[in-house]
Design a protein around this ligand. Structure first.
Ligand SMILES: NC(=O)c1ccc[n+]([C@@H]2O[C@H](COP(=O)([O-])OP(=O)(O)OC[C@H]3O[C@@H](n4cnc5c(N)ncnc54)[C@H](O)[C@@H]3O)[C@@H](O)[C@H]2O)c1
Length: 260
């Protein structure tokens, strides 16, 4: 992994939600490599189990739970299982999004309201449910870190994907609220906002149009596209002691595609 020497997260109990594939799976690997004990949660349980099994085969402490973040009972049950196994909670990365709807998220005049509602249900309401489930445990631990996965789309003003952009902007609002309300109780809340990241699943699927890849590389101030590991490293930092005085921030990790 290349990070095995860094034990920044040793002893930390961390839950990653949306951990089965892509950025979440890479984050589980990075957190484990830095010494954390990790609960990998996903609506796609077989994928989360495969991630956890890869980690345990490497000698790390990881296990999988099923969670559907749109369903309050499922969120409660997943947190109960996670806490029982972890014995406490020091940090949560809320990373899930239902990206199957993103290509139908056309524009404000034409978007099907079912696509809008689904996007908001997962990316906003689901993140509120996860926040409510996580906070009592983080407070019981006398502090902890929440990291949300936002997107460059929250600030870039794209002509497509209005529901997605609205949901990620709203998520930044939730994150700033949590930082403001509970910062003095040693809770940190931050968002990592990726630019376009070509995940292993996208590479394997072969369905990302080459023109889109060229367009994304042309937009960056970088030599390449983003990798899931580029995001995972920033999430690990925010969950570690190195991130303890960082609160209420949106970190754009995008190869310089969008400047602030
Ligand atoms: N890949 C990119 O270019 C990119 C760019 C910006 C932001 N993001 C954000 O990064 C995050 C991860 O994206 P990714 O590219 O790795 O995609 P991904 O589809 O590989 O990962 C998302 C995970 O969330 C899970 N999930 C979906 N709905 C869920 C639900 N209701 N409950 C629980 N889990 C659920 C999926 O099963 C999947 O494992 C998302 O929040 C996405 O919006 C990705």
């Amino acid at each position: 992994m290349g990070h095995g020497m860094c034990n920044r997260l040793r002893g930390k109990a961390i839950m990653v939600i949306g951990a089965g594939t892509g950025i979440g799976a890479a984050t589980v690997a990075r957190l484990c490599a830095e010494g954390a004990r990790v609960c990998a949660a996903d609506v796609n349980l077989p994928a989360a189990e495969a991630v956890a099994e890869r980690m345990t085969a490497l000698g790390h402490d990881a296990f999988a739970v099923a969670i559907d973040i749109i369903d309050e009972a499922s969120v409660q049950a997943a947190f109960a299982d996670a806490i029982a196994w972890l014995g406490g909670l020091d940090g949560v990365h809320v990373n899930a999004a239902d990206l199957r709807t993103i290509f139908a998220d056309s524009n404000a005049l034409e978007v099907d309201l079912a696509v809008f509602d689904r996007t908001i249900a997962v990316n906003l309401r689901g993140h509120l449910l996860c926040t409510r489930a996580a906070l009592p445990h983080l407070l019981a631990a006398r502090g902890g870190a929440l990291v949300y996965t936002s997107s460059d789309a929250c600030d870039s003003g794209e002509p497509e994907r209005p529901s997605y952009a609205m949901s990620k902007s709203g998520l930044n609002g939730l994150m700033r609220h949590v930082a403001s309300r509970w910062g003095r109780q040693a809770i940190t809340a931050n968002a990592v906002a990726p630019g376009f990241v070509m995940t292993p699943e996208m590479i394997a699927g072969g369905q990302v149009p080459p023109e889109w890849i060229d367009h994304c590389i042309a937009q960056t101030r970088s030599t390449r596209l983003g990798k899931a590991e580029d995001i995972a490293g920033v999430v690990a930092m925010l969950l570690s002691e190195d991130g303890r005085w960082i609160n209420g921030q949106v970190f754009h990790v995008n190869g310089g595609a969008l400047l602030h």
